[in-house]
Design a protein around this ligand. Structure first.
Ligand code: HEM
Length: 519
């Protein structure tokens, strides 16, 4: 703390500085000299000259209009000239790595006084290490990239590679053997789906949604077919490059012609005359990370079905950015394949058997999306709970309005029920073989994703009502709510549209009806 900040004043001292040429204010027991700043203030000069502000305590006025972080920005922090003697400031922003104490801001397993059947000490260690990493390295990069629209910074992704975070994002399994995970926070042999859930939920604490997808969303969905179906030589090379953060991969299935309906794809792969290459022609659309990917796991139409093929960026592959409602940080691309020559050895799984290769990762992919969707809703609950106490309307805090509290009740209930269902499914994943998961969890995961993304949209709508005009403003108090409301529909589309998933869940249930319950 500088000597200026350490200086102490009485409230009477501050009250003497109450003219436009000598203007001090108090915010949360801290004294600010805003004499010069008032001319530069983004909210205008006038607000500083109105009654009850010059020389007075402006805490309530300030917090009704600004996010706390404003006072932490260096250019504004230096306006503080001291503190009020004998008083302690009460309000502070998030401290790096710390849990939030706002009710419902953390899942119950992390909240003070609560218990969980599922999480143990290794989960807690990983959560703590992850939160510190995310707060220190990812959050600042995420907001900076959100502003300039560039891809996530390479050094951050490589740091993730060094800590083996990318490998952990691929779930439990052989690929973790022998690795030191997050500086030893968890041993490879103890790593389970709850550890992966933690990773996904800690990453989702980053607000900018384009960045959430930009930093290796493509890997999470594009690498599994390589891991499980590529020839060993190709698999080992590509996994090493991608998991270390030196190369990037995306899953290229959707087309302008077909989204959730993978059997309607039109991109073709035909064998060259000598049988040594695939010749690929066609287009792909909405490919996350596509603008900067080195590899593409592509779904192609072949003679008798669909084949998954790993395509390297090479002659004939072109990627163009698509302007979506979130930032270009996600690298969402339109891809054209023009007579692209790919070695036959790059075939992933059986020729004409690609539907299975692609579908085999759908459960995991959707489960990852649910982890993020629930955590994002939780963040909005926290934003709203804080805001309704901070903001006054009609002379009272918003929290005194029953209609506002009713909205919060719904938001909390939706978030907690989705998290509880998610934890239950995660527990099943830990205890089922891959085959059992495919058989028993495809329906529940599809239904959970439908439920969570639908809840998320309702929560976004409620949050905008609570924040009013600020909920549609990209700067200031409502920026997180505005961003969430604008980008939340993504979750309801990626990994299968909401209605398609709901229908899949019910069809699976019908399929499993016992004979004695059928007519
Ligand atoms: C050290 C004190 C202050 C600083 C550093 C500050 C800074 C800012 C900044 C950066 C903004 C732009 C929006 C944002 O990023 O949130 C802003 C907006 C604003 N400020 Fe301040 N401000 C201070 C004190 C005050 C006080 C005491 C009042 C009221 C009496 C006030 C009223 C406003 C208003 C009305 C806006 C526009 C808000 C909107 O468009 O929603 N500010 N201020």
């Amino acid at each position: 703390m500088s000597t200026k900040e350490a200086k102490e004043f009485t409230r009477e001292d501050v009250a003497k500085h109450n003219t436009p040429d000598d203007l001090w204010i108090i915010i949360d027991s801290k004294v600010y000299d805003v004499t010069k700043f008032k001319n530069l203030h983004p909210g205008g000069i006038n607000v500083f000259l109105t009654e009850d502000i010059p020389g007075e305590d402006a805490t309530e006025a300030f917090y009704g209009l600004h996010r706390h972080e404003v006072l932490e920005r260096p250019q504004y922090a230096r306006l503080q000239i001291g503190t009020i003697a004998g008083e302690k400031s009460q309000l502070h922003g998030r401290i790096r790595g710390e849990l939030s104490e706002v009710p419902y801001a953390e899942p119950t397993w992390l909240a003070k006084g609560y218990h969980s059947l599922y999480f143990n000490e290794s989960h807690k260690r990983l959560q703590q290490a992850m939160r510190e990493f995310v707060d220190e390295f990812i959050v600042p990069d995420a907001w900076a990239r959100e502003d300039d629209g560039k891809r996530p910074t390479l050094s951050v992704l490589q740091k993730m590679g060094e800590l083996n975070m990318n490998a952990m994002r691929m779930g439990p399994g052989k690929h973790l053997q022998g690795l030191t995970l997050m500086n030893g926070a968890v041993k490879p042999e103890e790593y389970d789906y709850f550890h992966e859930l933690i990773l996904n939920q800690e990453f989702s604490r980053i607000s900018p949604r384009g960045y959430q997808d930009g930093f290796n969303g493509g890997m999470v969905i594009g690498l599994p077919p390589v891991m499980h179906f590529a020839r060993p030589e190709l698999r080992d090379r590509v996994m090493k490059e991608v998991l270390s953060g030196s190369k990037f991969i995306s899953l290229a299935i959707s087309e302008a012609f077909a989204g959730s309906d993978v059997s309607g794809l039109k991109t073709t792969a035909k064998k060259s005359e000598d049988g040594k290459f695939w010749i690929i022609n066609g287009t792909k659309k909405w490919i996350t990370n596509g603008t900067f990917s080195d590899y593409f796991t592509v779904g192609c139409k072949t003679e008798k079905g669909l084949t998954a093929i790993l395509v390297e960026r090479s002659d004939g592959v072109e990627t163009k950015a698509i302007k979506t409602s979130y930032s270009s940080t996600a690298g969402t691309a339109y891809i054209t394949f023009d007579n692209v020559k790919v070695p036959i050895e790059n075939t992933l799984g059986p020729v004409d058997g690609g539907v299975f290769v692609i579908l085999s990762n759908f459960n995991h992919e959707r489960w990852v999306m649910v982890c993020a969707s629930v955590q994002n809703q939780r963040k909005i609950v926290e934003e709203c709970l804080k805001w309704i106490n901070q903001r006054k309307a009609f002379g009272k805090p918003l929290s005194s309005q029953a209609v506002i509290r009713a909205k919060l009740a719904e938001m909390i209930a939706r978030t907690e029920s989705a998290q509880a269902w998610l934890e239950n499914i995660t527990h099943q994943m830990n205890n089922m073989s891959y085959k059992q998961q495919a058989e028993l969890l495809a329906g529940p995961i599809a239904l959970l994703k439908m439920y969570s993304t639908r809840s998320a949209q309702e929560t976004a709508r409620d949050a905008v009502q609570i924040f009013g005009g600020r909920g549609i403003t990209q700067t200031g108090m409502g920026k997180i709510v505005e961003h969430y409301h604008r980008t939340v529909p993504f979750d309801a589309l990626l990994g299968g549209a909401e209605d398609v998933l709901g229908d899949l869940g019910v069809r699976q249930a019908i399929k499993h009806l016992p004979k004695n319950a059928r007519l």
